[in-house]
Ligand binder design. Sequence first.
Ligand code: AMP
Length: 242
Amino acid sequence: MGGSFFCYKLEKRHWNHNIFILNEEEEKMKIIMLGAPGAGKGTQAKKIAGKYGIPHISTGDIFRANIKGGTELGMRAKSYMDQGQLVPDDVTIGMLLDRISEADCQNGYVLDGFPRTIPQAESLTEALAKRGEKMDFAVDVDVPDEAIVTRMGGRRACLKCGATYHVAFNPPKTEGVCDNCQDNLVLREDDKPETVQKRLSVYHDQTQPLIEYYKGQGILVTVDGTKELNQVFQDIVAVLEA
Ligand code: AMP
């Protein structure tokens, strides 16, 4: 099918309108990015958000902003994050559900880093069902562990604006400096090798079961995340617009 996802949605709405069923939900685009830490889902989430004009919501970024701002939420999250563990569901779920209720989420959003546990996924499904909504796609960016370990050692982040780079695969224009805000880039505490191993084991135990969960909901799509990042993006867009 040619045209953008939104055209497709509008065509559907038009057709619905002709038979006097106008379903506003059809115009939304709600996407979950799944994949191991370092699979590139954050980079892809930002590109999707940019292409379709919907917000990119990263729970990791929200936690980091709170740590930077010295909030109580940030202080609670930091101890877990620095050890490569998940922030408890009771903190994370409410925070995410509040965020997707904001006005800029009216036309949809891309979730990056949420859900990460089955209870988080179930809470999201329930909260959306109460509004007569459901997620449209869960995109699994598939990368084997060995490739993740190599990638994350080279990852650099801007703590000011949240941009991420890779020394080999996605370098900034000037080494060590953020393209967007010129702040110095750093190796995040949770990207250090010992923390990466811990995060991978947490991913396999707690987050990977979500692949089956969303397969069961019939919205799972898998893309090969080992390809070059623009190719991965094209593969995702092809699935969203199929
Ligand atoms: P990320 O930037 O998505 O890799 O997240 C960095 C860290 O933030 C994770 O390792 C967790 O400690 C925490 N975090 C982010 N999202 C969640 C979530 N949905 N549930 C629990 N912890 C999370």
